[in-house]
Design a protein around this ligand. Structure first.
Ligand code: AMP
Length: 631
């Protein structure tokens, strides 16, 4: 079949198209209506249908392949490898589900998961899905303030956590940060379920903290049937940053998500039951949700969950795993590849990679040298794809499972089926159609199955943040600039808002500014994303000290910079730590007091800042220029 026809049908006849895709999963009760778009921009998929994500990821494979590998947990941090068959996974998930039930979790209750990359995190996610609870995984790299704001927004009944993670052989304690976060938060969870890995000592809070090992031992023979939920029942929330305010809880449904994942595993990621999939992401990010846990398992594949660095014990570890488990599809991010690029390329050639159909990369722009280096090194196709936490699965990709299409360097491919992608001129609001013309990447509603339903607890914010009404059409904004060429391939040109992308991690510059401002000696600060060879972008802060006495001394500046970084580490986590904090006496602003962010970013990157007619004090930019030049 031609992809163009497939895509056309998905937009012109969404009902029959998605009804067909919906056959890829099990339904407990068939749906009555494929798509309810009677209250745009909200959309409900597979209305009246009942299903369960955990049933589709685990139970249904028990009939056909109970002994096939399901979860392969590999940790080069603690030097352990455990392979769970679907039968084993089924048992573990039921134990975890029984524990959550005992702790009082019911359908619709939230469970916050703050965990390193351990198998228990996977059990916890699936156990929530099993009993109709809504999980909210918070990335382990986030610290107490970030965690507290998410606790307050999600209001979890139970938090599942662990004593520590491990990175590069060093233990990274979680429990202390969690206790601090719970103290900071207004909302208090009833229970905290603690997995003790023996990596960091901790004192359990009496009456609140429960030991996973003890409760698991009690529920060894647990049998907890799946709770059938409506297709539209929220399966999880996942927080992501935007320009303003606290991070938004992206809310996902159940049926639409399961169908979108099952379909994308087949058409985009070329996966089949009985094969192995390896995504190097983290469960704290959307890729981890869709393509470590749910997608591969729904497809009946073994999924590798890897705790460790890509270069330890050596830079061949990933390829060793590909060879050992005969991985057919792999998913990673450009930054990780750039890390490997600094290592001996011989590692790419040491292992038999003949099982691997393709390496998929996403999360940030894929630069041509990186793509070329890894394509040549592996001798395998490299397939870029573009999407967001909000969409849950690719917006732009090559659907080679439908029709094999050539890659173009620098392009994540064409609009994926189900997505009616448009480019819109930011100022006029008019659609741009000429090849090569720049516009904001938008998707005409309804969004396809699998995308966000709303912002958790805030329908108004969902509509206001993402949607524009154009006549009787609704357009969803990705907040990315893009262009399309004559063949329908898109090229992504960066964010239109104040979000930056550091090593594939999405961060809001405003959150970092707020954190830095809490330092007692900072009067004002601006954070911008600056191009970086390894991480794609890094955060750079320009701060005005309240008291600059003694700051002509480089040692004093370095000390203040270090103190500020510690504040960010402690509040938001090391992921949000700016690469540099430089001190200035003024920030570039318009006469009406608006920060000239794009000009600041341009200068920080050594580019021409463009039109500066509105600037109040040109010397403010000059200072930045001098600082950057002196770096
Ligand atoms: P996240 O929600 O963390 O997945 O971040 C989504 C953002 O990452 C997008 O809005 C883009 O700015 C960027 N992004 C993701 N994938 C790609 C890609 N393949 N090429 C360019 N930018 C990407």
């Amino acid at each position: 079949m031609h992809f163009a026809d497939f895509h056309r049908r998905s937009i012109a006849e969404p009902e029959s198209f998605w009804a067909e895709q919906a056959r890829l999963i099990d339904w407990h009760k068939p749906f009555e209506k494929v798509c309810d778009y009677s209250r745009p921009p909200f959309v409900h998929w597979f209305v009246g249908g009942q299903t369960n994500l955990c049933h589709n990821a685990v139970d249904r494979h028990l009939k056909t392949q109970p002994d096939a590998n399901a979860l392969i947990w590999v940790s080069t941090e603690v030097d352990k490898e455990i392979v769970y068959s679907f039968r084993d996974l089924h048992a573990e998930v039921q134990r975890m589900a029984a524990i959550l039930l005992e702790l009082g979790v019911g359908q619709g209750d939230r469970v916050l998961i703050y965990m390193p990359m351990i198998a228990e995190a996977c059990f916890a996610m699936l156990a929530c899905a099993r009993i109709g609870a809504i999980h909210s995984v918070v990335f382990g790299g986030f610290a107490s303030h970030s965690l507290a704001s998410r606790i307050d927004n999600a209001r979890p009944k139970v938090i599942v956590s662990a004593d520590a993670g491990s990175r590069g052989g060093k233990s990274v304690p979680y429990k202390g940060l969690l206790d601090e976060a719970i103290q900071l938060a207004q909302h208090k969870p009833a229970k905290v379920l603690m997995v003790d890995r023996g990596l960091a000592a901790f004192t359990p809070v009496a009456g609140r903290d429960e030991a996973y090992a003890a409760l698991r031992a009690k529920h060894m023979d647990a049998q907890v049937p799946c709770t059938w939920v409506d297709s539209t029942h929220p399966s999880y929330t996942l927080y992501t940053s935007g320009t303003t305010g606290v991070p938004k809880g992206v809310q996902r449904d159940t049926g639409g998500y399961a169908v979108a994942l099952a379909s994308s595993m087949k058409h985009v990621f070329l996966g089949n039951a009985g094969e192995a999939y390896f995504s190097t992401s983290d469960i704290g990010w959307v890729v981890g949700h869709s393509y470590i846990i749910y997608g591969p398992l729904i497809a009946g594949m073994a999924t590798i969950m890897y705790e460790g660095l890509p270069i330890r014990p050596d830079a061949g570890i990933w390829w060793h795993l590909v060879e050992k488990y005969k991985v057919t599809s792999m998913f990673s991010a450009p930054t990780a590849v750039r890390v490997l690029k600094k290592q001996d390329p011989a590692f790419l050639k040491k292992h038999d990679l003949s099982s691997l159909r393709a390496l998929f990369l996403a999360g940030e722009p894929l630069d041509e040298p990186t793509a070329q280096w890894i394509a040549e090194g592996l001798g395998r196709p490299i397939i870029d794809n573009y999407w967001q936490t909000e969409t849950g699965w690719p917006i732009l990709a090559l659907c080679n499972g439908i029709e094999s299409q050539p890659s173009k360097f620098g392009s994540p491919g064409k609009a994926v089926y189900g997505y009616d992608v448009r480019l819109v001129n930011e100022n006029s609001g008019e659609e741009v159609t000429a090849p090569g013309e720049k516009g904001v990447v938008m998707v005409q509603g309804p969004l396809p199955p699998g995308c966000m339903q709303t912002v958790w607890g805030d329908d108004e914010r969902f509509v206001k943040t993402y949607w524009t009404k154009a006549g009787d059409r609704w357009l969803y904004s990705t907040f990315d600039w893009g262009v399309r060429d004559a063949d329908g391939y898109y090229f992504i040109l960066g964010r239109t808002d104040d979000v930056i992308n550091v090593a594939g991690h999405r961060l809001g510059t405003r959150e970092i500014e707020e954190s830095i401002s809490s330092h007692p000696n900072i009067a004002e600060v601006a954070v911008v994303g600056v191009a970086d060879q390894l991480k794609g972008q890094v955060a750079m802060a320009f701060a005005i000290p309240k008291d600059a006495t003694g700051l002509d001394d480089p040692a004093a500046r370095l000390k203040l910079e270090g103190d500020i970084m510690k504040v960010v580490d402690g509040q938001l986590g090391a992921v949000a730590r700016p690469a540099r904090v430089l001190f200035v006496t003024a920030l570039p602003k318009t006469r009406s007091g608006k920060l000239l962010r794009r000009a600041l970013q341009a200068v920080a990157e050594g580019r021409d800042p463009g039109d500066l007619t509105t600037i109040e004090d040109p010397s403010a930019l000059q200072q930045v220029k001098d600082l950057v030049a002196a770096k």
